[in-house]
Design a protein around this ligand. Sequence first.
Ligand code: EPZ
Length: 427
Amino acid sequence: MDQFIIEGGKPIKGTVKISGSKNAALPILIATLLTDEACVIENVPVLLRDIRTTFQLLESLGKGIEVRGSRVTVKPKASLKTHAPYDLVKQMRASVLVAGPLLARFGVVRVPIPGGCSIGLRPIDIHLDGFKALGARELVDQGDIILSSRELAPGRVHLKFPSVGATENLMMAAAALEGETIIENAAREPEIEDLGRFLTALGAKVKGVGRSTVYIRGKSVLHGARYSVIADRLEAGTFMIAAAATQGRVDLIGAKPEHLKDTIAKLRACGVKVKTGIREISVVSDGHTIKPVSIKTGPYPGFSTDLQALWMSLMCLADGESEIEETIFENRFLHAAELLRMGASISVHGSHARVLGVKNLIGAPIMASDIRGGAALLVAALSAQGKSVLQRVYHIDRGYEKIEDKLAGLGASIQRVNDSRKLPSNS
Ligand code: EPZ
């Protein structure tokens, strides 16, 4: 199992290129199930574990995958299957997104229920309620959910919460149904907009993405398309916060400032200088005291739950006390206990955390428990005095391409080593 050895206390400085967005690429790759023609998807972060799992998932369902650099061609290889294998779904919850396209095309789909993960229970009831509103019936068998419908029909669906995955699943189903589907209280994340543009490229008509009501006029036969995925706003946010926490200065190439408005505003409120261009962001934090700034996570355009853990690492170094409220996931403070091991002062009460900044964090052996919590510990280690050993970096590898190379390019002292010793078994 790989771990990172980090010698902290050095500002990161330089230029970093932001990869394609994992959370946009996943549904877009899965949406290729909607067509029997070839699709060419550019700017895919192909080195990520979750993207590799998605390739396996598509292959297991009958697609062929060719990868050249960050360009991925998805072609038909065999007739499509309608049963997603449990081995892949348990590795990556987003596999449940195959339900929408397969149900709409074939009238039946069997998908293992993904189960919870370290950050929360993560049920799929909103996805299922949406399919039922379009005429599907559900049955649970051996841990799988079987959805079927003789005639799934376009219609009006109101989501009780703007779930990202449910919005994507329903948009994909709607794209294959002749007629108009309206999704109310839809999620508004930039990744949803990207999926909407891809579905349009396949031949569906999609309006309203980025707003709460999305209109999809689908077609029973969709064609192939060539498409380029947006830059990863969460990777960009991670490097921005890392620059602030290490008192560094970093130029991010490819990042779209309009996708990070709230993070940029909060960093500025901390006293960090942030300059924006059309496709770049510069963060300068050298020598500044970080002012404490409280945050409350929320569905986009609110403060991203995915950057909450990173914000906590930054607030550990602020000149005073801040509060963090997590409203999206019920268990997304696992990183707090590890930050305490580095000398942080944090108290957690339910969905609220109170962080009192300290002068320095101190290097320690620490352990990642999810993608963003892992990245937050990495940022804390980069800013800390002395050496940290960060275990279970496989969590970070799910969401960040070669992060150690990108950080080393910015002057950080970070090394990946393989530790073959057995780790505690509570993963
Ligand atoms: C997406 O997950 C992202 N994953 C997550 O990023 C991100 O944290 C999350 O959206 C919120 O922004 C991908 O895009 C692959 P949700 P998703 O459905 O779609 C509850 C990362 O680090 N809920 O909006 O699963 C759910 O339990 C990952 O890159 C239901 O109750 O998020 C959660 O509390 C982690 N019933 C909340 O809604 C449902 O049917 C938000 O979930 C669906 C969701």
